[in-house]
Design a protein. Structure first.
Length: 508
């Protein structure tokens, strides 16, 4: 007998945990499931803190903001945000060396050949400039500039690609207001126990410390590293990737801002990990991500506090984590989103993106009460592949370093790479080819900037590059570089753009 599609529609959703993951999920589901009259309830406790140190994002966050109908200037003001065009890597390839990974398009293709193919050949022949000079985002970031896209024909300013740095706790609070206005019911409390249905192992109900019993059709686990539902209750299992990405701890502290607002995230390699610097309107976010196998907690904290630019504004926050992911993000009638689903260190600012992807994919494969395996399996396959591709991109930074000045960097150079990453490196070393997988986050230009930044260069040119007229190639490269430089020079200063459009209210 075929199930009745009307009677099987999801009626209720329980979200366990608030913070960025919980309130992003709640706000999204409230908006896009509104006409289905689904009851959405979020359970969180003020007694349980949120991690809330992930303040840097990547361009897809702008799609999330626009999809929810959020006024961007209002959000920037209320989260004390700044704009982000790139990530700068200092001392990663070797001490004293730096490179940038910018957003957006770099150059343009010629016929069947990508920009990278003819730029790489011209560079080898001494006829091309640094890769960054063909990226508007890179040049604007270097000069402290920013503007939003404007419709100017045949100009790179029409395609400016950007993200945000924001105060994660303020972002969660902003989304909470949206979610509650959309009908989400917030319950203050802590989950004491989770009961499972004996016939199929699905989650049956949650019992709070107050004694209240909460039942739902679908449960969303946003409880953080613990994975209260997905792991404690359902015993889903975890795939640990620390042998490739050895950092397992972090210490974070905000400090006073003493410099002009930069429009990029800065990450600096250290002896046992790396340090981030994230500019907000009212402060600088700082953190040291490190391996406990190569530095003690005290050493890491001392290293961080000695290198921040201004007075510390709070006590250092310490975190422990295991890099990796759940073996299943969606198990039975429970979906893990955020840190409960997995954790990849914020080197490329992907933490909030994975929250967004989990939500988007859940809406794409929205279940009914039958919870058919087709949707669940597809969800797990797609998201699992995306985690692995980002994992490879992060491992690329560690495993191809030229540094051998500390035990950690010697370990990273010696460890075997994932086969999927080694294949990418081999393809690029051969003829400079970069092939993008389905559902992959980072575009080919991202891989190009990191390959070149880490001093990985092809042994031969793409054979097809010889079909191009060398004079046309040289003229195009010169024109791209000239236009990029002129556009960057004409942009307003990042700080001035914020002052004119979206400055946060000054605290008194």
């Amino acid at each position: 007998m075929t199930a009745n599609p009307i009677l099987s529609t999801i009626r209720s959703i329980a979200i366990v945990g608030g913070g960025t993951a919980g309130w992003m999920t709640a706000a999204s589901l409230a908006k896009f499931l509104k006409t289905l009259n689904v009851g959405i309830r979020l359970i969180e406790s003020e007694q349980i803190g949120t991690v809330g140190v992930g303040e840097a994002t990547i361009p897809p966050i702008m799609e999330f903001i626009r999809a929810l109908g959020i006024d961007e200037n209002d959000l920037v003001r209320k989260t004390k945000a700044t704009f982000k065009l790139a990530i700068e890597f200092r001392d990663w390839t070797r001490i004293g060396h730096s490179y940038v990974h910018p957003f957006g398009q770099t150059g343009f293709d010629m016929g069947p050949l990508p920009f990278s193919a003819y730029w790489l050949k011209a560079l080898r022949e001494g006829k091309a400039s640094r890769l960054e000079e063909y990226s508007l985002q890179a040049m604007a970031a270097y000069t402290g500039k920013f503007m939003r896209p404007i419709q100017t024909p045949n100009s790179p300013v029409a395609g400016i690609t950007y993200a945000l740095h924001f105060d994660a706790s303020l972002f969660a609070r902003y989304l909470r207001d949206i979610a509650e206005a959309g009908g989400v019911e917030r319950t203050e409390g802590r989950v004491k126990s989770v009961s499972l249905k004996p016939e199929d192992g699905f989650i049956d109900a949650l019992t709070l410390e107050s004694g209240e019993r909460i039942e739902a059709d679908l449960y969303i686990d946003c409880s953080g590293f613990r994975g209260l539902l997905i792991e404690d209750a359902l015993q889903t299992g975890y795939e640990n990737w620390n042998h490739w990405l050895p950092c397992d701890r972090a210490v974070a502290v905000p400090c006073e801002r003493t410099q002009a607002l930069s429009s990029y995230t800065q990450v600096t390699a250290k002896a046992a990990g790396w340090q981030w610097r994230i500019p907000l309107q009212h402060r600088i976010g700082n953190g040291y991500v490190y391996s406990s196998g190569f530095a003690s907690d005290t050493e890491a904290q001392d290293e961080l506090l000695s290198s921040v630019e201004g007075k510390a504004l709070a006590d250092p926050l310490k975190l422990q984590f295991a890099t990796g992911r759940r073996k299943r993000f969606w198990n039975k009638n429970c979906v893990a989103i955020g840190l409960s689903a997995g954790f990849l260190e914020p080197l490329e600012s992907t933490s909030i993106h994975f929250i967004q992807r989990g939500i988007t994919l859940l809406l794409t494969l929205c279940p009914d009460r039958n919870f058919r395996s087709a949707e669940i399996d597809r969800y797990n396959k797609i998201l699992g592949s995306e985690y692995e591709r980002v994992r490879d991109f992060l491992v690329l930074h560690y495993s191809t370093t030229e540094r051998n000045d500390s035990d950690m960097w010697r370990y990273c150079s010696a460890v075997s790479k994932p086969d999927s990453l080694q294949e990418r490196i081999d393809l690029f070393r051969s003829h400079g080819r970069i092939l993008r997988e389905d559902f992959e986050l980072f575009p080919t230009q991202s891989w190009l900037f990191v390959f070149v930044g880490q001093n990985i260069m092809p042994e031969s040119d793409d054979p097809l590059v010889d079909i191009l007229d060398p004079k046309v190639v040289n003229d195009n490269l010169a024109n791209i570089r000239d236009v990029v430089h002129k556009c960057a020079q004409s942009m307003p200063a990042h700080e001035e753009f914020i002052k004119q459009n979206c400055a946060a209210a000054v605290s008194v």
